[in-house]
Design a protein around this ligand. Structure first.
Ligand code: NAP
Length: 269
């Protein structure tokens, strides 16, 4: 089968490496291309599908929302986060899904279980919506911090507490960074004026960033309580693969994770 990721820019995407690690492990001769599709070219997506004989594709910046107008069916989760990152092509019809939600949820529950918790999400962009949806599905009590009030209105539902400042914070069971702060090793505690004094040895710290492997934010938590974004990244790809194969093939999470962990973490366990 033939797959791709569409986006602009697309040079730095890890998706081909992730999917080929999975194909190779499963002895599949499938292909996966990175295709540079500019916003003005998205209207010709059916020609692109034909040209590369695609069975499915991933969608990245800046097409996750705009692709929705070109689809025949959109999964409920993708509607709820207003973003599609995976498209299945079947009988000339296009089906849209969001595996960032399921990928994050899988990564989180595999690591920390399904216990109901008191969650603080830092940031209110695209990734925040996937994380919010996952924790909503788990029945958690959710607070979202955004620096701009208008950001809260971009969520399709408002079943969360709003926070516009991190001063005088109450305690949370889990704190998740969904902002890019830390990509360049910036200290989130300084940038957001977040005090470490509410973080205990039992507080879970999650950063969606995976490179660097451990951001300054994660250093505020006990080692055994932290998770970076790598398991979400791998799970979202594995879930896309399983959608394309109509769940007839299980993706090889462990092999793909090990390949990426080697790339970003030097093979650390
Ligand atoms: P995005 O849509 O641009 O959202 C970024 C959010 O961060 C916005 O709400 C932005 O607020 C907020 N933000 C930025 N600087 C801030 C600051 N100083 N204080 C408070 N809020 C701040 O980006 P995204 O797609 O959600 O991605 C966010 C991060 O998640 C990136 O690092 C990305 O690499 C990572 N990510 C990882 C995975 C994975 O699989 N591991 C998946 C998706 C994303 P404003 O709107 O006010 O600017």
């Amino acid at each position: 089968m033939n797959f791709a990721v569409i986006g602009s820019p697309i040079e730095h995407t890890l998706s081909p490496a992730i999917h080929y690690a999975n194909f190779n492990s499963l002895n599949l001769a499938d292909t996966y291309r990175a295709l540079h599709i500019r916003p003005e070219e998205l209207g010709h997506i059916k020609d692109v599908i034909k040209q590369y004989d695609l069975n499915g594709f991933n969608v990245t910046i800046p097409h996750k929302e705009t692709i929705m107008a070109h689809l025949d069916f959109i999964d409920q989760r993708a509607i709820e986060v207003n973003a599609v990152n995976t498209v299945l092509i079947k009988d000339n019809k296009l089906y849209g899904y969001n595996t960032d939600v399921t990928g994050y949820k899988q990564a989180y529950t595999d690591r920390f279980g399904t216990m109901k918790r008191n969650i603080l999400i830092l940031g209110a962009g695209g990734a925040s919506k996937a994380v919010y949806r996952a924790h909503s599905e788990l029945g958690d009590d959710i607070t979202i911090y955004a620096r701009r009030e208008a950001s809260f209105e971009t969520f399709t539902d408002q079943n969360f507490q709003r926070l516009s400042s991190l001063q005088n914070l109450k305690s949370f069971d889990v704190i998740i960074n969904t902002t890019p702060i830390g990509l360049k090793n910036e200290d989130l505690y300084d940038v957001m004026s977040l005090s470490r004094n509410k973080i205990t040895e039992d507080t879970i710290g999650i950063d969606l960033i995976y490179n660097p492997e451990k951001t300054p934010f994660l250093y505020g938590f006990e080692d055994k309580m932290v998770m970076n974004g790598l398991s979400m990244l791998v799970n979202q790809a594995i879930h896309a693969f399983e959608i394309w194969y109509d769940n007839k093939h299980e993706g090889d999470y462990n092999t793909v994770y090990a390949a990426l962990d080697k790339k970003f973490g030097g093979g650390r366990k």
